[in-house]
Design a protein around this ligand. Structure first.
Ligand code: GTP
Ligand code: MG
Length: 459
C-alpha cells in the first residue's frame, strides 16, 4: 500500500495560509477524540451532533482563553475520506491556524502528507483514481472549460467509460479462457469471428479515447504563447495589452527587453503562458546576446508563436523565413503585422507574404485588430476551428495506458479468428490490466504515490 497507515489520524491546514478563516481537517479513527481534546463547545462533538456546525473554543488547553472556532464532525463512512472527519474553522492569519494545528498534533494526530486525504478516499472506495485526479484538476483549473471537464471526470464520466470497456474486455477474456479449459466442440460458443469483431470494436473505442488527449492538454495545461520578432516591433506593448496592465517596459529604443518575461493569462477560455522575449537581431552587446539566446530557447517550447513584424518599416521580404530557422514547424506560427496605424490613411496595407500558418494585422497602440489576433490564436490552439467542450478527455497518464492497451490488442482479433486462445487471452489480460491502472483497480503503490504526491497538503 502507498504511504498512509489507515490506523493513524491525520490533520492539515486545508485553506491557504493567511486567509481570513482557516480550515483544519482531521481524518482517521481518532479524529473525534483528538478534536474533542482541544475544542470545547456546549456539548462535545459526537454522532448526535454530526454534520452540523457548532461554535466553541479551541486552543492548546481548550479553556476560556481559546479561540472561537466552528467545528463539524462527519462520521465515516459517509465522509470525504470514508473515515471519521472533523473540520475546525478558526481565525486565519499567521498564528491562530498554526497553533490550532499544533494543538491537534499534540492531541494525537500527525501532519497529513500531500494528497493524503484523497488517497484515503481512494483506498476506502469513495472514488476511483480518475476521480481523485479530477480533484486536483478542479483545484488547478484556470478556466471554466477546465473546471467543467474536471467536474465531469469527478462525477465518474471518464472512470465509468474506462471501466465499461475494461468489463467488456474481461468478458471476452472469460470466453477465451473457457475455450482453453473446455475443448468440447458441441458447447454453445459464440463464433470466433463474432468475438474478434467485438475485440476490434474495443480497440477502436480506445483509439477514439486517446485522441481526446490533445483537447485535454489544451484545456488542462494550456499553451505557451511566445511573442517574438525583431527589436521594437511592439512585442512588450502586445504583452501589456493582452495582460491588461503594464508588465513590461516599453520604449522606442530597440533592445529594451533583455530577459524573457512570463505571465499567465486566459485567451478565449484557454489558459496560456504569455512569454515576451528580447528582440532577435545580431547584437554586439553581450547581455543582449544572452537575452536573444533565451528568446530562441523559448521558441523551442512554444505552443504558438506570435511573430511581431513592424508594418511601418520597410521589412525584409523574408523576415519570417529568416527568423523561423529556429522553429521546427510553422503550423503554430502567427505572423502579426503591427503598427498598421502608421501606414498612410486609406492605404490598403500591402504586406509581404509570410510562411506562417496565419497572418493578421493590428495596431497594438490603437488596439485595432486585437479580436482578429485572438481569433487566430484560438484557431491555431485547436489546430483549426475551436472545439466544443469535450465530455471527457484523457490526460498524459491515461493516454499512455490506453496506448498500451491498444498495443496489447493489436493482434488479438486475428489471434481470436485463428482460435489462438492462449495468446489472445494473454494480450486481453494485459490490455485490461492497463485500463485497470487508469481507474486504480490494478494500480501499484508506485503509481498511487506518484499521483498523490502532486496534490497539495490538505487535499
Ligand atoms: N505607432 C505604433 N507604435 C507602436 C505600436 N506598438 C508599439 N509601438 C511602439 O513601438 C516602440 C517599441 O515598442 P515595444 O513594445 O517596446 O517593442 P518590443 O518589440 O518589445 O521591443 P524590444 O523590447 O526592444 O525588442 C514603442 O515606442 C511603442 O510605443 C503600434 O501599434 N503603433
Ligand atoms: Mg520589449
Amino acid at each position: 500500500m502507498p504511504s498512509t497507515r489507515l490506523n493513524e489520524t491525520i490533520a492539515a491546514l486545508c485553506s491557504p495560509p493567511g486567509g481570513a478563516i482557516a480550515v483544519i481537517r482531521l481524518s482517521g479513527p481518532n479524529a473525534l477524540q483528538s478534536a474533542n481534546k482541544i475544542w470545547k463547545g456546549l456539548h462535545p462533538l459526537s454522532t448526535k451532533t454530526a454534520r452540523t456546525l457548532h461554535l466553541g473554543l479551541c486552543g492548546a488547553r481548550g479553556d476560556k482563553d481559546g479561540d472561537p472556532t466552528l467545528a463539524v464532525f462527519m462520521p465515516g463512512p459517509n465522509s470525504y475520506t470514508g473515515e471519521d472527519v472533523v473540520e475546525l474553522h478558526c481565525h486565519g492569519g499567521a498564528v491562530v491556524a498554526k497553533e490550532t494545528l499544533g494543538a491537534i498534533i499534540a492531541a494525537g494526530a500527525r501532519h497529513a502528507k500531500p494528497g493524503e486525504f484523497t488517497l484515503r478516499a481512494f483506498l476506502n472506495g469513495k472514488m476511483d483514481l480518475t476521480q481523485a485526479e479530477a480533484v486536483c484538476d478542479i483545484i488547478n483549473a484556470q478556466t471554466s472549460a477546465a473546471l467543467h471537464l474536471a467536474e465531469r471526470q469527478m462525477s465518474g464520466a471518464l472512470g465509468g467509460r474506462i471501466e465499461s470497456i475494461r468489463k467488456s474486455l474481461l468478458d471476452i477474456l472469460a470466453e477465451c479462457e473457457s475455450r482453453m479449459d473446455f475443448c468440447e466442440e458441441d458447447l454453445d460458443w459464440a463464433p470466433p469471428a463474432e468475438i474478434a469483431r467485438k475485440t476490434a470494436e474495443i480497440a477502436e473505442a480506445l483509439s477514439k479515447l486517446v485522441k481526446s488527449r490533445a483537447d485535454g492538454a489544451i484545456i488542462r495545461d494550456g499553451l505557451n504563447v511566445v511573442i517574438a520578432g525583431r527589436p521594437n516591433s511592439g512585442k512588450s506593448s502586445l504583452l501589456n495589452l493582452l495582460l491588461g496592465f503594464g508588465r513590461a517596459i516599453v520604449t522606442e529604443t530597440p533592445g529594451t527587453t533583455r530577459d524573457t518575461l512570463e505571465e499567465a493569462a486566459v485567451i478565449r477560455n484557454i489558459p496560456v503562458k504569455l512569454i515576451d522575449t528580447a528582440g532577435i537581431r545580431d547584437a554586439d552587446n553581450a547581455i543582449e546576446r544572452i537575452g536573444i539566446g533565451k528568446s530562441i530557447e523559448s521558441l523551442e517550447r512554444a505552443g504558438i508563436i506570435l511573430w511581431l513584424l513592424d508594418a511601418s518599416s520597410k521589412p525584409p521580404e523574408n523576415e519570417v523565413e529568416v527568423m523561423t530557422q529556429h522553429v521546427e514547424t510553422t503550423k503554430r506560427l502567427l505572423a502579426v503585422w503591427n503598427k498598421i496605424d502608421l501606414l498612410d490613411p486609406g492605404e490598403i496595407p500591402r504586406l509581404p507574404r509570410t510562411n506562417a500558418a496565419e497572418t493578421v494585422q493590428c495596431s497594438v497602440i490603437k488596439e485595432q485588430g486585437v479580436e482578429q489576433l485572438l481569433d487566430a490564436v484560438e484557431r491555431l490552439a485547436w489546430g483549426g476551428a475551436p472545439h466544443p467542450e469535450p465530455e471527457i478527455a484523457v490526460n498524459a497518464r491515461h493516454a499512455e495506458l490506453v496506448d498500451n492497451a491498444i498495443a496489447a490488442l493489436n493482434n488479438a482479433p486475428g489471434d481470436i479468428r485463428n482460435e489462438e486462445w492462449e495468446i489472445a487471452a494473454l494480450n486481453l489480460r494485459s490490455a485490461a490490466e492497463a485500463l485497470g491502472v487508469i481507474t486504480g483497480e490494478t494500480a501499484t503503490p508506485d503509481v498511487l504515490d506518484n499521483i498523490f504526491s502532486r496534490f497539495c497538503v490538505g487535499k
